[in-house]
Design a protein around this ligand. Structure first.
Ligand code: PRP
Length: 181
């Protein structure tokens, strides 16, 4: 049995993901100038694949850095407790910062990260997320660039995991319930 046998349905196929990422990159190219030299902050681990594809379609000069936070543990529901596991390498004071996330669910992670980064006085702070689940929002987060709004289903693939597995799938899928019961 392979990983794909655990997937009940494909929610967003690979070609639709890639086409939308090209559009998002176009929006980001238009929103910044070369002089802005934005710093893309990839929120690990989930956003690693999105960042890798997005950055290849950016034409503006930019830099990348990484942060790792954890909120879910091994379950499928956000615990609400956010921890910083890895912090940025760079000082962001006076920098144009674009946070790159895979998914915004309750909004707790991004609320924590944006409040934390604002204390470091960036010139601007914007958010780009591939996926958003508006039905589950607990804290309202203004999102500047959104790939897809999705229904309240537990999704994996394209960076998103269940118990650290399935991140490598090139599409966004919904797991068979028996996998996480
Ligand atoms: C996921 C996702 C977001 C967060 C969204 O990360 O990457 O960071 O949860 O949920 P929220 O809006 O309810 O806070 P997770 O903690 O699972 O870590 P991972 O990216 O390393 O898998």
């Amino acid at each position: 049995m392979g990983l794909r046998d655990d997937v009940a349905k494909v929610l967003i196929p690979e070609d639709a993901l890639q086409a939308r990422i090209v559009e998002l990159a176009g929006e980001i190219n238009a929103a910044y100038t070369d002089e802005d030299r934005p710093l893309l902050v990839c929120v690990l681990k989930g956003a690693f694949m999105f960042l890798a594809d997005l950055t290849r379609h950016l034409e503006i000069r930019h830099e990348i850095d990484f942060m790792e936070t954890s909120s879910y543990g091994a379950g499928t529901v956000s615990s609400g407790v956010v921890r910083i596991l890895l912090d940025l390498e760079r000082n962001i004071e006076g920098r144009h910062v674009l946070i790159v996330e895979d998914i915004i669910d309750t909004g707790r992670t991004l609320d924590y990260i944006t409040r934390n980064l604002r204390t470091r006085n960036p010139a601007s702070l914007r958010i780009c997320t591939l996926l958003s689940k508006p039905a589950r929002r607990v804290i309202d987060i203004p999102i500047d660039f959104v790939g897809f709004e999705i229904p309240d289903e537990f999704v994996v693939g394209y960076g998103l995991d269940y118990a650290e597995i399935y991140r490598n799938l090139p599409f966004i899928g919904v797991l068979e319930e028996e996998v996480y019961r």
